[in-house]
Each structure stands twice: as C-alpha cells, then as structure tokens.
Design a protein around this ligand. Structure first.
Ligand SMILES: C[S@@+](CC[C@H](N)C(=O)[O-])C[C@H]1O[C@@H](n2cnc3c(N)ncnc32)[C@H](O)[C@@H]1O
Length: 394
C-alpha cells in the first residue's frame, strides 16, 4: 500500500473495499459453478461452459472476463475460450495442493452470516456465529452435530497447513520421539508429515471429536492420504475419538513420548486451556522425559502486513472473548500454571508459528521470565529464520 495523497486513499477505498467485495462474489460464483473442475480436461468456450453449468451465457461470460482480470483464468484471443491458471488449478477438487476445502469454508452460509452480523459482536461481545445458526450452539458443538460441515472445516484446516506441518516435521527435534499423539489433530496432516520425515517416529495417533475421526476413517480420506504419503507412512497412523475436555475419554488414548496441541489453544479461554493442559499433564504420568508440543502462531500486532490482517476477526466472530493468538509471555504463564517447564521455543521459518516445548517441572519464576523474554527478544531481533531455523534451548 503506497498512499501518498487523498487521491491515492480514495482509489484505495474504491479498489479494495468497494470492488473487493464484488471480486469476492465473483470468486464465489465461479467456485460454486465448479468452473475450475470443468476446465481440468482443457480449454472450453463460453458456450460449452454455459451448457455444462446450465447458466445464462452472456452473464456467465461477464463473470468469466472479470475472473480472467482477477487472474483466475486465462482468456484466449477469441475472448470466449478459457483455461486454468495456477490459481484456478488449486480451486480444483483433487489437485494435491487443492485449496477447495478452504474456499468451501469461505462460502459456508454460517461464515457469510457471521461476518454480516459482526456488528452484533462489537455491540455485545457475543460471537456473531451464535446468531448465524438456528440452534445458537457454539462453533465446535455445531460442527459436532453436522458431519458435512465438520468435514469441510477440517479440509479448510488442512488447506491452511501447506507450509506449517512440513516445516514442523523438518525443523522440530523428534530424535527421542517414537510415539506422538496429536490432540485435536483433525484429519492427521501434521502427524502424517512428522511420520514421513522422521523414521524413528513409528506411531502417530490423532485424537479429535468423534465426527472428525469418523470422517478421517472414510475410504475417500484414506485413499487421499495414501496417494499423498504412501502405505508405509499411513500404516503408522491411528485415529481415536476423544473429547479433550472430558477427563474420562483420555483413558482411550495411548501413552506417548510427545503430545501435541497445534492450533488449539487459540480457540479457548485461559481457563479452558488450563483444563486441556491439566489433562495432558495427567497423561504424562509424572514422567519428565515426555513432552508437550504447543504449536501456535504468535501475532505481533504492529507487524501484521495489511494483506494478512483478519486472523483475529475469525476468532472474534466464532469464539469466546479470550480466544485469540497469545504472546510468548502468555504461553509461559499457561505452562507454569499447569506444572510445565518451558524447555524450548522453535520458530517455524517465516510462518509466524512457534513450537513451545514443555516438560513436567517448573522454572523458578524469575529464571523462567528472564529466559522467556530474552528468548522472545532474540527471536524477534533475528527476524524470520529460514527453514532449518534456529532452536534455542532455555
Ligand atoms: C483449529 S483446528 C486445528 C486442527 C489441527 N490441529 C491443525 O493444526 O490444523 C481445531 C481442532 O480441534 C478439534 N476440537 C475442537 N473441540 C474439540 C474437543 N472438545 N475435543 C477434541 N477435539 C476438539 C476440532 O475438531 C479441530 O480439528
């Protein structure tokens, strides 16, 4: 954004916010008509596309020309034949790096309504999501009761994880880890990356809500992960239903060398995080060799680039007030409150993600505070290390 005058500012408002919403609507209609999947086999004329989508040809043409201007499709010199670009390649459903799941999530009615009703959250502090659905349930309860929506959400999470899990598997030290349980691990993308890059990790368990586990066990999901990671890796993964907030259900989980909470704590309040961590600590059975890996984004508010702004608003409309991205200091406090010593912080390349490693035990308070703050400062001062990033022992 290079705004040097009020003319630039006026153009910016027009282009980004007025036309921005129009471009979003164009993107969504193209997605809903599955145009990208239709073009997978090769270029098509507008007549062919209109016939295949049962739409009004001249209207569809105007949509396609705009989508071409947005970079979604190539338009041939006849102005009526279209083909895929790299962007629409990833809108197709079965590309290995498909973003289809994330786009479906973006198009969910509850997402659109929650965003529309954002003013109610601003007035009351209550997540607009609870007003966007007839039942008024909280977000995960809603997904628990609707397997299709749960599956779409899970696919969206996997789409958003194209960089973080491969880096996690590469950069984090799993040398002493033979077994790992990923708590709230969704369809198992992170565990699959860890298993595929670390031969000594021989068993990975994904624990999640029953509806997510059932979805992960379907033939469609099984085939997709076998295609991507191969039989040898997929044979090492297990899926176990567990409500992480129900102590009794933890009995069904295997004991492991490492427990992971990736992208979990930011959805919950401090009290709920304490409930989760106390369950993990109980599962560690007093063994200080076992570790907890919390993988979370650290958002330094002043550093967010404008085109990346918005993560926090998704939390605001879906979850309770306290659920947000936390600071280094917050993580250390949460660990300490639950009898865990923060033993290592590893940045994951330039992703803003960090791995917080905890083991049973407590730092003396001053030592912990000092080490965490000097650590955080070092990480921030060195900027964003590249893959193979430094890991600093506390
Ligand atoms: C933001 S997603 C993160 C998924 C995955 N760990 C990742 O990094 O992509 C949160 C996950 O927590 C799971 N979850 C939410 N509430 C849960 C509960 N009470 N018990 C178990 N899992 C839960 C959701 O189903 C979802 O898979």
């Amino acid at each position: 954004m290079n705004i040097r005058s009020h003319h630039d500012a006026a153009r910016h408002i027009y282009n980004e916010f007025y036309l921005g919403q129009v471009r979003m609507a164009t993107f969504k209609v193209v997605h809903r008509l599955r145009i990208a999947d239709l073009l997978k086999e090769g270029p098509m004329t507008i007549e062919e596309l209109a016939a295949a989508t049962n739409t009004h040809e001249t209207s569809l043409h105007r949509i396609m020309v705009t989508a071409h201007q947005m970079g979604l499709f190539q338009m041939y010199t006849d102005n009526k034949t279209f083909s895929l670009t790299m962007i629409s390649d990833l809108m197709t459903i079965d590309h290995p790096m498909s973003m289809h799941g994330l786009i479906e999530f973006t198009c969910e009615e509850y997402m659109e309504k929650s965003l529309d009703l954002i003013h109610t959250t601003v007035s009351t502090g209550v997540p607009s999501f609870t007003k966007a659905t007839p039942s008024g349930e909280d977000f995960y309860q809603y997904l628990r009761n609707d397997s299709e929506k749960g599956s779409t959400f899970d696919s969206a999470m996997t789409c958003m994880d194209t960089t973080v899990s491969p880096l996690l598997a590469q950069v984090c030290d799993f040398v002493d880890v033979k077994s790992i349980v990923d708590l709230g691990g969704g369809s198992g993308n992170s565990v699959l990356h860890i298993l595929s890059q670390n031969e000594n990790v021989t068993s990975g368990t994904v624990a999640d809500m029953t509806v997510v586990i059932e979805d992960s066990k379907t033939e469609k999901r099984r085939k997709a992960r076998t295609r991507r990671f191969g039989d040898a890796v997929c044979n090492k993964i297990n899926y176990t239903p567990c409500d992480l907030f129900k102590k009794d259900e933890w009995k069904g989980l295997p004991t492991a060398d490492a427990y992971m909470l990736k992208n979990i704590l930011h959805d919950w309040s401090d009290n709920e995080c304490d409930d989760l961590l106390s369950n993990v600590v109980r599962k560690m059975e007093g063994d200080a060799t076992k570790r907890l890996l919390v993988v979370e984004k650290i958002v330094i508010q002043e550093d967010v680039q404008p085109h990346k702004a918005g993560h926090d608003i998704v939390k605001l409309i879906f979850f309770k007030e306290e659920s947000t991205h936390r600071s280094f200091e917050n993580f250390e406090k949460i660990f300490q409150r639950n009898g865990l010593k923060l033993t290592n912080i590893t940045p994951l390349g330039d992703t803003d993600y960090y791995v917080f490693e905890g083991r049973l035990g407590t730092n003396c308070q001053n030592e912990a505070a000092l080490s965490c703050f000097s650590m955080a400062n070092r990480l921030l001062n060195v900027g964003s290390p590249l893959p193979g990033a430094e890991s600093v022992d506390l």
